[in-house]
Design a protein around this ligand. Structure first.
Ligand code: SAH
Ligand code: SF4
Ligand code: F3S
Length: 475
């Protein structure tokens, strides 16, 4: 993603964790571009390597330290060749562990959290000025009073046809298992006008699909241009008016914040895609209560019913945690029952991981690894069967697919359908970045495959396509 300014240095960002981190990594590259740093997909030979980290489970955190081991070798090699390689740890591990990281891994020059990456250029300057002796790393894990978004460059590299846009950050919900309220800080919503402006820029740079991001995205309550507080439903309606934006998605939402207007938007805004990630974590009221989720399993069922009444073809996905402290066989059976009743198109499930500083970590009643593994396997068997059935049911349908990248086979493109399924089809390269009707032939465990329905020989190339009026380009 090169820019017009002279780019003489190389920046490599490696991203772990959630889509917010993917977005943040892209913005870090935007921050460094005016300072001469071009993005590179390799750490080897880079002048600045940033690990944008995730702290959500123990495994995620461990990955960072093993990657730092590998980077140490590269950094030493660079030093032998007379080059300086700066190594930074950003994101949620940085926020949670701060200076501890520099102590444990002296190879690290800089540590900064998710709320301070707009200060990256000055951190780099400071790091370059220091000798990187043990403990000499530059650490910035404040939650500054200034708004990071006000200090990020307007100019951003194109994210391609499907772009992310952060609208809300942080969490005030304090689920008893979760580190996010500590690593991302308090809930904050960007003003609607700033979001709309960024969406316009993304659309102008070729994005047809925008995914609105937030740790609790539907808790969004940003200042509206009319002086009122806008909820997510109102924001989505405004974004759907922007020329060129054909698809809107949002993630991650919390059942407690699914308000009437947002539910209604699912029935009223055609650009809002019929797929929703709505994590429930557990189907047991007792566990939901000790998790501090603030709703029961029946509350969740009712929300799903209302969403499906508004948008009958809505497909759902969720996150689940198995083996939460105190989870009995009966609690787990309640989770399986909820999964059978709701029926998911896709889902993520995890073994509970005790996180330092969270309330659930100090509960005495922790389950054994074996119990957790057995339950995870049973749950995943059920969820995988549901996913496969959902994919198989797509065979024979025609779906508008947004082609995002080349496939592994020559001549093949890969994109997503309305329900987030990956779709593979043989298609001419010029259809990259556009919405094309695909006749689905086959639904497999993880993806669909099909054929382009009709491609007009005179179809213009994606860059010269007019903004699509609705979902489809070819008919
Ligand atoms: N804000 C989102 C979730 C963010 S974290 C929400 O409220 O649903 C993403 C997922 O990681 C969570 O939904 C949860 O399923 C999982 N997770 C979070 N903390 C965890 C822990 N300590 N152990 C295992 N899984 C965890
Ligand atoms: Fe974590 Fe709960 Fe907040 Fe989601 S709502 S980020 S799971 S504390
Ligand atoms: Fe991980 Fe932080 Fe996202 S802990 S899931 S990177 S908010």
């Amino acid at each position: 993603m090169s820019k017009t300014v002279p780019l003489s240095k190389k920046l490599h960002v490696k991203t772990y964790g959630c889509q917010m981190n993917v977005y943040d990594s892209a913005r870090m590259a935007d921050v460094m571009a005016p300072h001469g740093y071009a993005s590179s997909d390799q750490a080897d030979g880079a002048d600045l390597v940033i690990l944008n980290t995730c702290h959500i489970r123990e495994k995620a955190t461990e990955k960072v330290y093993s990657e730092l081991g590998r980077l140490r070798v590269m950094k030493e090699e660079a030093a032998r060749e007379g080059r300086r390689m700066l190594i930074a740890v950003a994101g949620c591990v940085a926020q949670a562990e701060g200076e501890e990281i520099v102590r444990r891994a002296p190879v690290v020059d800089m540590v900064f959290g998710p709320q301070t990456y707009h200060r990256l250029p000055e951190l780099v300057t400071r790091a370059l000025g220091s000798e990187n002796r043990r403990g000499a790393g530059v650490v910035d894990t404040e939650f500054p009073a200034e708004d990071k978004f006000d200090h990020l460059p307007e100019e951003s590299a194109s994210q391609g046809p499907a772009a992310f846009l952060s609208v809300q950050e942080g969490c005030d919900k304090f689920c008893t298992f979760c580190v996010v309220p500590y690593t991302r800080g308090a809930e904050f919503s960007r003003p609607a006008a700033a979001v709309i402006e960024e969406a316009r820029r993304l659309a102008a740079a070729g994005a047809l699909e925008i995914t609105l991001l937030g740790q609790n995205v539907n808790a969004y309550h940003g200042a509206g241009p009319d002086g009122r507080d806008w909820g997510l439903g109102r924001l989505i309606r405004a974004l759907a008016e922007i020329d060129g934006i054909a698809r809107i998605r949002y993630t991650t939402s919390h059942p407690r914040d699914m308000d009437d207007d947002l539910i209604a938007a699912h029935g009223e805004v055609p650009a809002l895609m019929p797929y929703l990630h709505l994590p429930v974590q557990s189907g047991s009221d007792r566990i939901l209560d000790t998790m501090n989720r603030g709703h029961t399993a029946d509350d969740y069922r009712r929300i799903v019913d209302r969403l499906r009444a508004a948008r009958p073809d809505l497909a759902l996905s969720s996150d689940f945690i198995v083996g939460f402290p105190g989870e009995s066989d009966r609690d787990f059976a309640d989770t399986l029952r909820l999964v059978r009743e709701v029926g998911y198109a896709q889902a993520y499930s995890f073994k509970y991981s005790a996180r330092p500083g969270t309330p659930a970590a100090s509960v005495a009643d922790q389950l054994s690894e074996v119990q957790k593994s057995d339950r995870l396997e049973a749950l995943q068997q059920l969820l995988n069967a549901q996913q496969r059935a959902f994919n198989e049911a797509a065979a024979g349908s025609v779906q508008p697919v947004l082609f995002e990248r080349r496939g592994n086979r020559p001549g093949q493109l890969v994109g997503r359908g309305p329900w987030m399924q990956s779709v593979h089809a043989d298609a001419p390269e010029r259809l990259l970045g556009s919405l094309v009707d695909i006749a689905i032939d086959l639904g497999g465990a993880n993806s669909l495959s099909g054929r382009v329905v009709t491609v007009d020989a005179d179809l213009p190339s994606p860059s010269s396509l007019p903004p699509p009026p609705a979902e489809r380009v070819s008919a």
